[in-house]
Design a binder for this molecule. Structure first.
Ligand code: ADP
Ligand code: ZN
Length: 305
């Protein structure tokens, strides 16, 4: 931590302010953050997602002496988010080696002795953007991440959408691109959206990671073909006021105009949508959407809401 921020932080500790902790657990990395009670992030680290026995001790070490009063977790899933379930707080059927049935909440509660709020990484991200980012002052918005996996979280009528469990919008079926003969990489559905368009699918289809592919590579038109279809389905079902697109693959900013124009084509004469450059946008909180959402979740559990 830079010296000035450290001094600030020590000062706040001395003033007796409570700290809040956040974890955004992704398929490639864990982002762990500490924030003051008002939600200002003062420290943040990244820890690679390996097996739990390797990753979790590093996460615990980061939080151990920080005197946090609550922790918010936004995690890759699927997750058990039923508060009355015996396996509440577990990562359930993930394809990530070692993480199946990992008791995330129980482990953190036992080791850190603080209340823990738990939701998907994308629910945390949409919550962060809704309160403090691109979704501020709206009643609804949707956040989609295109990274190691694809997932989306949505706020409707100012509430996070939960149902029987949490949505899994990354695993929808789509129309194939006519040039695409790649079988897909989702271990559950093969050629669902995630299986065709997440970072690992791009890498396997083209033999190179997305960040190595030039802007004029056909990969990007194909990527936009799939993502635009997904967005159109979300629009048809949920009608969000704004769609925020994050995750590693969306660092390719040239994807935004491609996706916007394909969404417009799909909407055709049927739907009148908001102006595209304010409707489909990158996260205003940049890489902090998930961590900010997890901090807000910690804040809520701390105040008993
Ligand atoms: P996580 O899934 O852990 O949250 P990311 O959102 O960074 O992490 O997603 C990682 C995936 O995104 C990898 O498949 C990686 O190849 C891809 N990726 C990361 N950065 C870029 C980039 N600049 N351009 C294209 N793809 C990227
Ligand atoms: Zn799938």
């Amino acid at each position: 931590m830079p010296t000035t921020r450290k001094i600030d932080y020590i000062k706040k500790m001395k003033e007796g302010l409570q700290m809040l902790g956040a974890i955004e657990a992704g398929g490639t990395k864990f982002v762990c953050a500490i924030a003051t009670e008002d939600g200002t992030i003062i420290e943040k680290v990244q820890i690679p997602t390996e097996i739990p026995d390797t990753t979790i001790p590093k996460v615990l070490e980061f939080f151990q002496d920080q005197r946090i009063s609550a922790l918010g977790i936004g995690s890759f899933g699927p997750l058990d988010v039923h508060p009355d379930s015996e396996t509440y707080g577990f990562i359930t059927s993930t394809p990530k080696p070692g993480w199946i049935n990992f008791p995330f909440v129980k482990t953190m509660k036992e080791k850190l002795q603080v209340p823990v709020a738990f939701d998907t990484d994308v629910n945390a991200a949409v919550w962060g953007e809704f309160h403090a980012g691109a979704g501020k002052n709206l009643n609804s918005c949707l956040y989609i991440t295109v990274g190691t996996g694809i997932g989306a979280g949505a706020v409707a009528e100012r509430k996070l959408i939960h149902g029987w469990s949490h949505p899994e919008m990354g695993h929808i079926s789509l129309r194939r691109h006519s040039d695409d003969h790649f079988p897909g990489v989702c271990p559950y559905h093969r050629d669902c959206l995630e299986g065709l368009a997440a970072g690992p699918a791009i890498e396997k289809r083209w033999g190179q990671k997305g960040d190595a592919l030039p802007v004029d590579h056909p990969a990007w038109e194909m990527e936009a073909h799939y993502l635009a279809q997904a967005l159109m389905q979300y629009v048809l079902i949920l009608s969000p006021e704004k769609i925020i697109m994050g995750g590693g693959v969306m660092k390719q900013r040239h994807l935004f105009p491609l996706i916007r124009s394909k969404v417009e084509q799909l909407a055709g004469n049927f739907l009148t949508l908001p102006a595209m450059d304010t409707f489909i946008v990158p996260p205003a909180l940049k890489d902090d959407s998930g961590a900010m959402g997890a901090i807000l979740m910690a804040q809520q559990i701390n105040s008993g809401n």
